[in-house]
Design a protein. Sequence first.
Lengths: 208, 208
Amino acid sequence: MQRLDRQIRFVAEIGKLKGVLRQTVLGELGRRENSAEHSWHLAMMTAVLAEYAPSGTDLARVTRMVLLHDLVEIDAGDLFAYAGAREQERQELAERAAAERIFAILPADQGEELRTLWDEFTARRSADARFARALDRLQPMLENVAAGGGTWRSHGITADQVLAKVELIDDGSRALGRFARDLVSGAVAAGILAPAPSGAQDGQTPRR
Amino acid sequence: MQRLDRQIRFVAEIGKLKGVLRQTVLGELGRRENSAEHSWHLAMMTAVLAEYAPSGTDLARVTRMVLLHDLVEIDAGDLFAYAGAREQERQELAERAAAERIFAILPADQGEELRTLWDEFTARRSADARFARALDRLQPMLENVAAGGGTWRSHGITADQVLAKVELIDDGSRALGRFARDLVSGAVAAGILAPAPSGAQDGQTPRR
């Protein structure tokens, strides 16, 4: 197949991401978010929040990572961030198989390049990847606040569970980590996020 | 207001783009495409089709242009590419007013930077902008082919009208322009795009 034909086939294939639904509910629209528009939102956040990335971060790489990070969901579907360990393992296997199939549609050089970016994102192997992951954690928190609780409420998530996820944000950007902690306190104060059940310690049970 | 607060307010505001519907119908999903997922698709196309940009093209700028090019539709809505001249003029005014409001949410330095990119895209003022515009024209053509005719059929668009738009693709990338012409011929041959009515000359009536 011609090089351009393979690239166009890939462009057509990835359009399916518009049909992959996330748990996040968009407050104003009253419907679930799909992974393509979520990825767009992260790319815009990369541009707007660039100054909170550690110095030396390659923002063009971060942008490409967030744009492609969910492509594997075309085959594997989206998994809720608070899913259990067994489900997370199953998801990882399904995502790796999806990466094999989807990136192979491209000419080999490009497929490898994009696959490397995805591996790096998934393994949080660089400062670029950690900043990208931080944005990926922050965006649904903003949507939940905008929706008056969103998946926190509908899934009975408590502040300690959210704060455990905030550690990933800290890891990518100290400033955004601080912002996220304030967001959690504000959400508890506003009554849209349940406080930690007595006995649980804030931020002590990170899962991934 | 603190700098980060303004940036987060902007991030929340632009989420509304997920609710702006385009004319394009996504064949597999049987629903209209929204402008956020369309913008994501263009950003992925920028990465995958980069080699067809004229040498010297700044792909990071192109990526940011395509990510933000439709933000003005949050206020102005989407206008069908084949709308009449009067509607296009009205749209331009509405979009400029929207740009004033939306980019002003950001801290001034960032608002100006993004506004400049949007102006450049809109006026097709640089090779970067012309490549971005080419992708913006090509993507709905691919969706129409995938949907077996899509808006070409539902709006009674003929090949000569599509070819007039292809001139914008030529202008941004010769190789993608050639590809788009082949796509049009193929669509006519496949019976999913009506041929030019007798009397019309292919590509002779570019509107914008």
